[in-house]
Design a protein around this ligand. Structure first.
Ligand SMILES: [Fe+2]
Ligand SMILES: [Fe+2]
Length: 418
């Protein structure tokens, strides 16, 4: 996986830090120097946007987080109190934790966490620049520890899992800042950058020499899928750590639940079950009630015929060109396309069903199921197409293959059309 160059990774983060420095005090705790010995800022002075150009012109001797301190930086007391606020907003989770866990659950999540200054700075910058991402990290920690306890993890494993869940997305501060804007529509280049954040996050954590290797490993694995269709390594379930499998499941489930509701999540997990660890999925079903009234379903089921036509065209096009692409690239994307096909057949998605659905009232259980499967299918098709686009760039044979390139271009356009 191509990670943005080291300078780019540092540059993006410096922009965030100096922007935050305009809003709250960030003080240099030691002289900030370049690798060539130039003193860029003396100890005791403030880091803010007036310093950015100077910082960008030089290569820093140490990562910026090691040479400064953010005023009132996030600590474990903040994490506990913000997590409590989040639980108060989601009474069903609060009740679940109350009934199903023993001892002080929030203390188990955040009380033992190692938080060196560099990490407290980074979490504070994350909270300032992307408040929804720090809340997402808190939710992932609570969800992961809940499942970790149900899966009988020991105390040490649980602590590593908690750190990994809290820190899993810090790599996002080191890639293009547009990624943190939820309204930003990601083009192919940005999506490719997003796929590097587990690698960047894992290496930042390793470089600190504070956390166990299990923490960076789980961070690296948090977008992998049990059937090998995830990124960055395309690892299968048995190649992933238990912490990585729990975190990947929780981060996917919470993301879908927050963006599209429990009803959609329930259908997606059921239809794409092969992407997740069966034991984790079973434990999840046992404890999380994902039934929701119909009126909370977030999509318009009248879109079904159009969604079906779009996705069918893409799948047919894939079948027509599949022998062209290099075998290796194709195996990677093939898993995603096969998963979509399998989901189609598991809910009987075929022209007959679409006609039946069109003719009936648009809010039956069958409508919800078809609509959720199609929406998730389009999302997965987008991921598969990204994999092929990346492969096409690296593979000289594919680059010459006009049939594949033309299909890729048309498919990318079809997937990006609203
Ligand atoms: Fe995440
Ligand atoms: Fe992530």
């Amino acid at each position: 996986m191509a990670v943005p160059c080291e300078d780019g990774v540092v540059e993006q983060y410096l922009k965030h830090v100096t922007e935050v420095g305009d809003r709250r005090a960030i003080t240099a705790t030691e002289d900030i120097c370049s690798t060539s010995g130039v003193k860029l800022l003396a100890a005791g002075y403030q880091v803010n946007s007036s310093l950015l150009d100077k910082l960008l012109r030089h290569k820093l001797l140490k990562p910026i987080d090691h040479s400064c301190v953010v005023e009132n930086a996030i600590d474990s007391a903040y994490l506990v109190s913000r997590a409590r606020e989040l639980l108060n907003e989601q009474k069903e989770f609060a009740a679940l934790i109350e009934q199903e866990t023993t001892g002080d659950f929030l203390h188990a999540c955040f009380g033992h966490m190692q938080l060196p200054t560099a990490i407290r700075n980074k979490l504070t910058v994350l909270a300032e620049q992307a408040p929804r991402l720090i809340d997402h990290s808190l939710w992932c920690t609570m969800g992961s520890i809940f499942l970790g306890q149900k899966l009988d993890m020991n105390m040490v494993e649980e602590r590593h899992l908690a750190s990994a869940a809290l820190l899993h997305d810090i790599g996002q501060l080191h890639i293009d800042h547009r990624i943190l804007d939820p309204k930003e529509r990601l083009d192919e280049a940005l999506r490719r950058q997003v796929q590097t954040h587990p690698v960047i996050g894992g290496s930042i954590i390793d470089a600190l020499d504070v956390y166990d290797k299990a923490v960076s490993r789980a961070v690296l694995e948090h977008h992998e899928r049990a059937d090998g269709s995830g990124y960055p390594g395309g690892l299968r379930g048995d190649q992933m750590s238990l912490a990585g499998r729990i975190l990947s499941f929780i981060e996917f489930s919470l993301g879908i639940r927050q963006s599209a509701g429990a009803r959609h999540l329930a259908i997606v997990i059921r239809t794409y079950a092969h992407q997740f660890d069966p034991v984790i999925t079973r434990v999840f079903w046992e404890h999380f009630n994902v039934a929701e009234p119909l009126e909370k379903y977030p999509f318009d089921t009248r879109d079904i015929p159009a969604l079906y036509a779009r996705l069918s065209d893409i799948l047919e096009g894939w079948e027509a060109v599949q022998e062209h692409a290099s075998a290796q690239a194709w195996t990677l994307a093939e898993r995603d396309f096969r998963a979509i096909r399998r989901a189609f057949s598991s809910v009987g998605l075929a022209p007959d069903l679409i006609e039946d659905l069109e003719a009936s009232e648009p809010d039956s259980e069958a409508h919800l199921e078809a609509c959720s499967v199609l929406r998730e299918g389009l999302r997965q098709a987008r991921e598969a197409t990204d994999i092929l686009s990346r492969a096409a760039q690296d593979d000289p044979d594919m680059r010459k293959d006009t049939v594949v390139l033309e299909w890729l271009e048309n498919t990318t356009q079809a997937l990006n059309a609203r």
